[in-house]
Design a binder for this molecule. Sequence first.
Ligand code: IPE
Ligand code: IPE
Ligand code: MG
Length: 232
Amino acid sequence: MDLPKRLPTHVAIIMDGNGRWAQKRGLPRVHGHFRGAEAAREIIKTTRELEIPWLTLYCFSEENWKRSEEEISTLMNLLNEYLEKELPEIQKSGIRLKAIGRIWKLPEDVRKKLIETMEKTSNNKEMTLILALSYGGRQEITDAVKKIISEGINNPEDVTESIINKHLYLDMPEPDLLIRTGGEKRISNFLLWQIAYTELYFTDVLWPDFTKEEYLAALHDFSQRIRRFGGV
Ligand code: IPE
Ligand code: IPE
Ligand code: MG
């Protein structure tokens, strides 16, 4: 497939469907997460190759803590493994790693590794990879309001969109394209504030089956969209 003419600056992805991918094959749900992690590696690589500078991956939501201990620990181990094994590749490709979410809730070992990786990659300039971990859009806005109040900003006139923006987890360009795999047509508490004018793309493809070709199809679809931002 040829490359789309106009690429987004920031792609955000809700990587959904790992459990169903495994169930369809009579495998335990966690197997779907193993394959999902592989798909994520491939998409990160492709994003870098396409020179798309920002990629945000929804890895674990605040609500995902409701899942079984086994499933949660599999996901945490996969994250740990990713951080450990991929560091040389991340460095080589000039990727800066960032995280959004209540990362203080992550298990100690994962949190330490995450912070270490973020520090080690902080000067990389080619691409920013943002992992949404223990993330919820409502929680992000709530946490922003808490920070604003704790800084003593209490004059209503001072509460502007820009002030709220500044107190979100990370200063980032708004996503141009949001992809959700796995067939559900909902946002599931992802980036509520930031996606006000984001183009949405839903596909039935389950995340472990989301290949480079599927990704390019989404990018082609995006390149056809006419964005008006409320104008004419
Ligand atoms: C997405 O796949 C991965 C996470 C939420 C961590 P799911 O685990 O939600 O898979 P389905 O939706 O049950 O198939
Ligand atoms: C959204 O998927 C969260 C991630 C992909 C990390 P879920 O599977 O948790 O969302 P719902 O429950 O279908 O809305
Ligand atoms: Mg799901």
